[in-house]
Design a protein around this ligand. Structure first.
Ligand code: NOJ
Length: 559
C-alpha cells in the first residue's frame, strides 16, 4: 500500500445508524427503545457492521425527535434508562461492535436548564450561553432565517430580547464563543467516552461559530438567510482543535462531523490527516443534491452526471489526504430507492445503489431499513406528518403553490419518509411493536417488504448487503484503493475503477430502466477478471462488452 495511505479502524468499519424511536419497541408502548435495540443486536451484527451510531437517545421534549436535548447525561425515559444504555453498550462491545453517539451542541432544547436559567435575566450566569439580542426597534436583531423555515429569532417578552435559533424555535443556539460553553461540551464528551462509547457523530458542527456581531445578510434564502455567516464560521478550526486536544485525542475514538454546504477543499482544512486533523470525517450533502437544488424540496430531474461529478471530486481530492464518510440515506433524507433508484425495480436498484456507494473509498453508513430497501411513504394528510421541518416548510410552500402541490412536494421531500417504523415482519404493525398502535405510521408495503421475508431469501436486498459488507471487509482495495471514473458523459450508467498495489476492480452501475450497453475501458479484460458481485444472474460478455439490464450492477476484480 502507498505510504500516504494509513490504516485505521475507523476507516475499515461499516456503521449501522439507528433512529431509536422507529427501530424496535421492546416494552410494548408503541415507541422504539433500548430494550428493542438489545433484542436486535444479533441482527445488527449479522449484517457484518462494526459499529452502531445512535441518533440522540438523550432526554428531550422531542420537538425535533431528540435533536433538542434537555439533559445531555440522561436517557429519554421512553427509550429506557442509563442502565439500559449500558446494557446495549456492553452487548455491542461483546459482539465486537463499537458505539457512536450523536453529539448535538450547536443548540439545546428550550427546556434545558441552561436555557431556562438564561431566560431569567441578563445578569444570570447562563444568559451568555445563548445568543440573546435586543431588537432593532420593532425589527428582529437581524434578517437571518431558520433552516427549518421562518425567522431565526424568537421574542421573550419578559426580557424584551430575542434569542437565535437556526433550527426550530425550541432549539436555541448555544454561544460557543463563551469559553464556559466549550467547557460544558468537553465535559459532555468526557462523560460518554468515560462510559465507554467509541466516538461521536457531531450534529451540524460546522455551524457552531457565528460571524462576530451576527451581521445582516444581503441574500434572501428562505431556508437559511444568513447561512454565509455561520456555515463555516471564523472560530470553527479553533473550537474543533480545542475539543480534539483537550478531550478526543486522549481516547481511542472517532468523529464524523455533519457539514452542510461542504466542499472537499474546505473539508480538508478539518479532516486532513496529521497533527492538525480536527475530525476524522465529514458528512457532506453534495451527493444528495442530484435530484434537487440544494434542498430536496426544490426538486429537479435526477441528474446522474451531477452525482458522478460530486463523487469523483470527493474521491480524488481526499485520496491519501483525508477520509470520506459514505452514505445515501439517514433520518433526514427520503428513502434512496424512491429518489435515485426505482420503486418498480426496487430490489435491483437498491442493490445497485448499495454497490455504487459502498465500493468507493470511505467509511460506509447504513441507515435502518435501507438494508431491506424500504421506500418512501406518502401520507394523505399534512396532519399525519410529525416532523417539525416538514410542517414548517409545507406551510411556507403552500402559500406559493397551493395545498395540493405542497402536499405532493412533502410526499417526495419529507424526512418522515425515513422515519416510519422498521419493517421487521408481515405481522401486525410490521412486527415493530406489540402495542395496538405504533407512535407513527407503518408503511403499508410492510407485508411484502420486511426483514423476516428477506432473511432466508438468498437473493434478497438484505442478503446482498451482507455479501457486500463482507466483500468490502475482505478486500483492502475497496477500502484503500485509488479511484478513477470512466464514461463520464453517459447519463445512464456510472462506471469507476479502483486500484491497490497490483490489483484492480471495476464497478459498473446502470441507472436506466432499459437495457444499456457497456464497453469495458481499455486495460480491463473482462474475461480475465472475476465477477465478484452482481444483482442479476451473469449473462454473456462479447468483445469485452455486455448489456446491462435495468439497474444492473457488476463488480469485477483482477488480482
Ligand atoms: C441535523 C440532524 O441530522 C437533524 O435531524 C436535525 O433536525 C438538525 N441537525 C438539527 O439538530
Amino acid at each position: 500500500m502507498a505510504d500516504n495511505i494509513k490504516r485505521s479502524w475507523y476507516k475499515e468499519m461499516a456503521v449501522y445508524q439507528i433512529w431509536p424511536r422507529s427501530f424496535c419497541d421492546g416494552n410494548g408502548d408503541g415507541i422504539g427503545d433500548l430494550k428493542g435495540v438489545l433484542s436486535k443486536l444479533d441482527y445488527i451484527k449479522s449484517l457484518g457492521v462494526d459499529a452502531i451510531w445512535f441518533s440522540p437517545l438523550y432526554k428531550s421534549p422531542q420537538k425535533d425527535f431528540g435533536y433538542d436535548i434537555a439533559d445531555y447525561r440522561s436517557i429519554q425515559p421512553e427509550y429506557g434508562t442509563l442502565e439500559d444504555f449500558k446494557a446495549v453498550l456492553d452487548g455491542a462491545h461483546e459482539r465486537g461492535m463499537r458505539v457512536i453517539m450523536d453529539l448535538v451542541v450547536n443548540h439545546t432544547s428550550d427546556q434545558h436548564e441552561w436555557f431556562l436559567e438564561s431566560k431569567k435575566g441578563d445578569d444570570n450566569p447562563y444568559h451568555d450561553y445563548y445568543f440573546w439580542r435586543k431588537g432593532r426597534g420593532k425589527l428582529k436583531p437581524n434578517n437571518w432565517m431558520s433552516t427549518f423555515g421562518g425567522d431565526a429569532w424568537e421574542y421573550d417578552e419578559n426580557l424584551d430580547e430575542y434569542y437565535l435559533h437556526l433550527f426550530a424555535k425550541e432549539q436555541p443556539d448555544l454561544n460557543m464563543d463563551n469559553p464556559k460553553v466549550r467547557e460544558e461540551v468537553k465535559d459532555i464528551m468526557r462523560f460518554w467516552l468515560d462510559m465507554g462509547v467509541d466516538g461521536f457523530r457531531e450534529d451540524v458542527i460546522t455551524f457552531i461559530s457565528k460571524d462576530e456581531g451576527l451581521p445582516m445578510s444581503p441574500y434572501f434564502f428562505p431556508l437559511g438567510t444568513g447561512i454565509e455567516h455561520y456555515m463555516h464560521g471564523p472560530h470553527l478550526d479553533e473550537y474543533l482543535m480545542e475539543f480534539k486536544n483537550d478531550v478526543l485525542s486522549k481516547y481511542d475514538c472517532m468523529t464524523v462531523g455533519e457539514a452542510p454546504m461542504m466542499t472537499p477543499e474546505k473539508a480538508l482544512k478539518h479532516i486532513a490527516e496529521g497533527d492538525n486533523q480536527e475530525l476524522n470525517m465529514m458528512f457532506h450533502f453534495q451527493h444528495m443534491e442530484a435530484d434537487c437544488l440544494f434542498n430536496v424540496w426544490v426538486r429537479r430531474p435526477f441528474d446522474l452526471k451531477k452525482l458522478k461529478r460530486v463523487y469523483t471530486n470527493w474521491q480524488t481530492k481526499l485520496y491519501g489526504k483525508g477520509w470520506n464518510a459514505l452514505y445515501i440515506e439517514n433520518h433526514d433524507q427520503p428513502r434512496i430507492v424512491s429518489r435515485y433508484g426505482s420503486e418498480r425495480f426496487r430490489v435491483e436498484s437498491a442493490k445497485m445503489l448499495a454497490v455504487m456507494y459502498m465500493c468507493q473509498s470511505g467509511t460506509p453508513f447504513i441507515y435502518q431499513g435501507q438494508e431491506i430497501a424500504m421506500t418512501n411513504c406518502p401520507l394523505d394528510d399534512i396532519n399525519d406528518y410529525v416532523d417539525v421541518s416538514t410542517i414548517n416548510v409545507y406551510n411556507i410552500v403552500k402559500k406559493i403553490v397551493g395545498e395540493k402541490k405542497a402536499l405532493k412536494m412533502a410526499h417526495y421531500a419529507s424526512r418522515d419518509n425515513a422515519r416510519t417504523v422498521v419493517q421487521w415482519s408481515d405481522r401486525k404493525n410490521a412486527g415493530f411493536t406489540t402495542a395496538e398502535k405504533p407512535w407513527f405510521t407503518v408503511n403499508p408495503n410492510y407485508t411484502t417488504i420486511n426483514v423476516a421475508s428477506q432473511e432466508d431469501d438468498p437473493d434478497s436486498v438484505l442478503n446482498f448487503y451482507r455479501k457486500l459488507i463482507k466483500f468490502r471487509k475482505e478486500n483492502d482495495i475497496v477500502i484503500y484503493g485509488s479511484y478513477k471514473e470512466h464514461d463520464h458523459a453517459r447519463n445512464d450508467l456510472y462506471a469507476y475503477s479502483r486500484y491497490l498495489d497490483d490489483k484492480k476492480m471495476l464497478v459498473v452501475c446502470s441507472f436506466s430502466d432499459k437495457n444499456v450497453r457497456f464497453d469495458a475501458p481499455e486495460g480491463f479484460e473482462l474475461s480475465e477478471g472475476k465477477l465478484v458481485l452482481a444483482n442479476y444472474s451473469p449473462c454473456g460478455v462479447v468483445n469485452n462488452s455486455f448489456t446491462l439490464r435495468p439497474y444492473e450492477t457488476r463488480v469485477y476484480l483482477w488480482e
